[in-house]
Design a protein around this ligand. Structure first.
Ligand code: HEC
Length: 161
């Protein structure tokens, strides 16, 4: 039996990969603190310090199905380019009056967007994984030709899990 087929080796690989995964996913305390600062500067005015939003104008981030998505790819795009038109959050339509979330890609850095999304994804009852500056950078690059805000129909084409 070679080393690579021993049960011990397999167990070590499983352990190693799961701890690597955790290192990627679990938010650090520093990132959460920085993310909260960005949240209280930019997002709180609409989504409120509690994350409950102000229905029917501003949808909640608290236990939101958008925030809970496994991949942060849609949220990153919303924050980079903004969002316009109706949106359904937790099965509830937000349609009036003319919902609009401003783009933040020009003012927030990749690290700031990663931190604020990490904060939102682990606050207000949400338990989704951390977001890295590398993920934001890659999406900013992939979407660099984009100037228009996202609509729900368009953003739902971006895979979320
Ligand atoms: C000027 C108000 C405003 C600000 C500031 C704002 N948003 Fe929003 N946000 C909205 C509105 C309105 C919608 C729904 C947009 C639509 O339907 O077109 C929305 C939608 C969302 C959604 C998807 C729907 C949901 O409820 O889960 C997420 C996630 C989100 N915002 C996160 C953020 C984050 C993070 C920030 C700060 C970086 C932020 N928003 C800043 C108004 C705002």
């Amino acid at each position: 039996m070679s080393l690579f087929s021993t049960p011990l080796f397999t167990a070590a690989c499983v352990l190693l990969s799961s701890s690597l995964l955790q290192a990627q996913e679990a938010p650090s305390a520093e990132s959460l603190t920085r993310g909260q600062t960005v949240y209280m500067q930019v997002c709180f005015a609409c989504h409120q310090p509690t994350g409950m939003g102000l229905p029917p104008m501003f949808p909640p981030l608290a236990s939101s199905d958008w925030v809970a998505a496994k991949k942060p790819d849609r949220m990153i795009r919303m924050v980079l380019h903004g969002f316009t038109g109706p949106i359904t959050v937790n099965g509830k339509p937000f349609t009036s009056p003319a919902p609009l979330m401003p783009a933040q890609g020009g003012t927030l850095s990749d690290a700031q967007i990663a931190d604020v999304l990490t904060y939102v994804r682990s606050s207000f009852g949400n338990k989704a994984g951390a977001v890295t500056a590398e993920e934001v950078k890659a999406i900013r690059e992939a979407e660099k030709a984009r100037t228009a805000m996202w609509t729900e129909a368009e953003i739902r084409k971006i895979p979320a899990d």
